[in-house]
Design a protein. Structure first.
Lengths: 79, 495, 229
């Protein structure tokens, strides 16, 4: 159990760092989506299924959609 | 009458929110009736809050939502401070809604009315609630509707100002939320009275840091000195009726929340007030000096609001009964005066087509009533007798002198210097309006009846309160004792 | 200089936050209010899910505020976007076969799951907000996969939004008139514990919130997409 959780946390941290350094905004968005998704799983392990559900549907799905639409309207690459 | 007096204060929040949610449905049926909805809503609120106000002076009404006793459920505390501010919000909201009947005719008018209703119901919620997280929720309602209303006109400067405001406001809200979270973690309660009971000393770092976070977060909305960068842009690019509400009500509600945190929850004493007084004096000077150089009338009024907020904060930081009641009085006179100024400036801008002060030449002859109302607002804000601003400023000066400390007298002198600067730039505008001959021959017509009615009621209120300040003073001293004596507050809520 | 000052300020702040965090009783039942919720939540509200008993029972007024915030966000977005000029952007790719088939298979299931979540908010994890968000994510999938999208019916979504919010408020106001005269008072019978028809007004409010949140979040995506088309 503890191994799964620590692996998840490491992946989450890596995704968070990646979201900061990517110059391609679409990839950064997907990375931040991954952070939310893993956060949702971790919330579930911490026995907070209500929060997990909100995090998964809002953080991972809707926020990503809003970001993708915004990128479509503007530019994909950061200068 | 008795029936109204016994109404539950929660209706002051629930009815405007309900009406706001009703507006889209009404909009599907007929677009004509939508603009009457805020008028009806705030008329109801004014009647109820003014009827309940005398009742709460003796004993605050504790409203338990869903029937759970205070530390467990959410409760509203309709004490003298809360009801006084709620009545002020409701009356100004009603008059501004009447003004908007004819003023708002372009853009998505239906959405304007929804946002206006929610802005003021959020403000009412903030002043009435007795729960710190509930305060945060209503604060969010207040802030988000103001972001949207700043961008309402949709021009470039409006959107830019709204984005600036949004970013700073979002940072402020996060700081507020972190502060609330830290307090909740330590004391296990969100009720303000219960928190106040548990906090023994504000100077321990574990309480001081959350307090600073909360004061900073709320201070952004209140536009206290280092946090006021967003205000001039936001207030000057909104429609005038909204600038009036933002300047007259929204920032004061932010300041109320700061005061509530400092006085009631943390029960600050001693040296922190000296710090607040220093901040307040700097705010006054910065606001008035920036206003002095402005050529744009709305920016000038916005900067003047910063100066006024500094003055109100100065009065509160004196932390005496005179000081706090003077601060509350100044809130009242600033709201009435500044709303009147923005409303009359709104029609002057609309008819002349420009926000530059220089384009108002000759307005005094063409729009005599609007110019008169503008002048009354000016005189009240500067603090000349017999207008409301005089009584409130006089009370603040008296409070500073009663402190007896040379430091406070010296600082009061600096604040009075700010008032002199204020007088200079306001009189400059009045001079342009009355004593400069206009070059262009077009005849601007006066404002429509709805605008005239609402402005004249404001002007009459300003004069009446200036002539009979004693009628208000009784409410204010009760309110001041509620703020200064937090044991009384705790006892009335927790029983 | 500037950096140095800000680092020092941040360190001071960090020290305070650490001091506050170290005061917190982790893992102990010291939190009085939370203790009351876990002990008496069932009797007080009749909801099997303690989180729901807090969200709609003890702190129902906050939830009314949150619902209003969401409503406000939707209106505010519409105000800001309606003033901007429409501008073209890159053409859409046609969705692949996998996406298309997956959409047809998943869309009804997602809607069903969302409905389940908000109807059983008082029994199992989740509730109106989560269920609404799940439904909205189904609509996101729809926008991705159907090339010529039939837009969301704004009439219906406006109706859901307003009626959902109004039901919440009217239930609160009925509570003010009936029984013990408290706003949002639970005036319906609590029913048999842990069944669908229990917990008084909570399921009614959650269904209203579910419809409202679902239509609002979908509308936000819809408005954003419409502007970018």
């Amino acid at each position: 159990m503890i191994i799964i959780v620590s692996v998840l946390i490491i992946i989450m941290l890596a995704a968070a760092v990646a979201a900061c350094i990517f110059k391609d905004l679409l990839s950064a968005t997907i990375a931040s989506c991954m952070v939310s998704l893993i956060a949702a799983v971790l919330f579930f392990f911490l026995q907070a299924p209500d929060v997990a559900m909100a995090e998964a549907s809002i953080g991972a799905a809707l926020v990503t959609a809003v970001f993708v639409i915004a990128i479509r309207r503007t530019r994909r690459y950061e200068e | 009458m008795n029936e109204i007096m016994n109404l539950n204060p929660v209706l002051l929040i629930a009815v405007p929110i309900g009406l706001a949610m009703l507006v889209p449905i009404l909009g599907l049926m007929s677009s004509k009736i939508v603009k009457w909805v805020p008028v009806v809503g705030f008329l109801f609120n004014s009647v109820v809050s003014l009827a309940v106000l005398p009742r709460v002076l003796n004993q605050p009404i504790i409203v338990k939502i869903a029937g759970f006793a205070p530390p467990f459920g959410i409760n509203l505390v309709a004490g003298p401070v809360g009801m006084f501010l709620a009545a002020l919000i409701a009356v100004s909201g009603f008059l501004v809604a009447v003004y908007s009947l004819d003023y708002i005719h372009e853009g998505a008018a239906e959405k304007y009315h929804i946002l206006f209703l929610l802005l003021l119901s959020g403000a009412t919620g903030v002043v009435l609630t007795g729960d710190i997280f509930n305060l945060f929720v209503f604060f969010e309602i207040l802030c988000i509707s103001s972001y949207a209303l700043v961008a309402y006109l949709g021009n470039r400067s409006g959107i830019e100002a709204a984005v600036k405001y949004l970013i700073q406001g979002a940072i402020g809200s996060s700081l507020l939320l972190i502060g609330i979270g830290l307090l909740y973690g330590q004391f296990g309660t969100l009720n303000m009275a219960d928190l106040a009971q548990n906090i023994t000393s504000f100077s321990e770092p574990s309480v001081f840091v959350p307090m600073i976070l909360m004061v900073t977060g709320l201070g952004i909305e209140a536009a206290i000195f280092p946090l006021n960068a967003w205000l001039p842009d936001a207030h000057s690019s909104a429609p005038s009726s909204i600038s009036a509400v933002l300047s007259g009500i929204a920032i004061e509600v932010g300041l109320y929340a700061v005061i509530r945190v400092v006085f009631t929850i943390c029960h600050v004493t001693g040296s922190f007030f000296v710090f607040l007084v220093a901040i307040a004096v700097v705010t006054v000077l910065i606001g008035e000096m920036s206003a002095f150089g402005q050529k744009n009338i709305k920016r000038m009024l916005a900067y003047s609001s910063i100066g006024q907020i500094g003055l109100i904060l100065f009065a509160f930081s004196l932390a005496t009964e005179f000081g706090v009641s003077g601060g509350l009085f100044q809130m009242l006179s600033h709201t009435l005066g500044k709303v009147l100024l923005f409303l009359s400036a709104g029609y002057m801008i609309y008819r002349t087509g420009s926000m530059e002060i220089s384009s108002f030449e000759g307005v005094g002859k063409k729009m005599p009533w609007t110019a008169l109302f503008f002048t009354i607002g000016t005189l009240s804000i500067i603090g000349l007798p017999p207008f409301a601003g005089f009584s409130s400023k006089f009370l603040i000066i008296k409070a500073a002198l009663a402190k007896g400390d040379l430091l406070y007298i010296l600082l009061m002198g600096i604040v009075l210097l700010g008032t002199v600067i204020e007088g200079t730039y306001f009189f400059r505008v009045v001079q342009v309006i009355y004593f400069k001959e206009s070059n262009n021959k077009t005849e601007p017509e006066g404002p429509p009846v709805s605008g005239l009615i609402s402005m004249s009621v404001f002007a009459i209120l300003v004069v009446l309160i200036g002539l009979f300040p004693n009628a208000i003073l009784k409410i204010l001293t009760t309110a001041a004792s509620e703020l200064l004596n937090n044991l009384e507050y705790i006892r009335s809520v927790l029983g | 200089m500037k950096k140095g000052v800000s680092i020092i300020l941040l360190l001071i702040l960090l020290w305070g936050v650490v001091a506050a965090l170290s005061e917190m009783p982790f893992g102990k039942a010291k939190l009085e209010v939370a203790g009351h919720y876990t002990d008496y939540g069932k009797e007080d509200t009749g909801a099997a899910n303690i989180v729901t008993s807090v969200v709609l029972g003890y702190r129902g007024f906050d939830t009314l505020g949150e619902v209003t915030v969401l409503f406000l966000a939707c209106i505010g977005l519409a105000v800001v976007l309606s003033t901007l000029k429409k501008q073209g952007c890159g053409a859409r790719q046609t969705p692949s076969l996998i996406l298309n088939t997956g959409f047809r298979f998943l869309f009804p299931l997602i809607l069903l799951f969302g409905t389940y979540v908000f109807m059983h908010g008082h029994l199992s994890p989740g509730g109106g907000f989560q269920g609404g968000a799940v439904i909205a994510s189904g609509f996101v999938l729809m926008y991705l996969s159907v090339p010529k999208i039939k837009r969301l019916n704004h009439f219906v979504s406006t109706l859901f939004e307003s009626v959902g919010g109004l039901i919440f408020l009217v239930i609160g106001l009925i509570g003010l008139k009936l029984g013990s005269q408290y706003f949002l008072n639970n005036f319906l019978p609590n029913g048999e514990f842990n069944t669908l028809l229990s917990a008084g007004i909570i399921p009614v409010i959650y269904i209203a919130i579910g419809f409202k949140v679902g239509s609002e979040l979908s509308k936000i995506i819809d408005v954003l997409l419409e502007e970018s088309e």
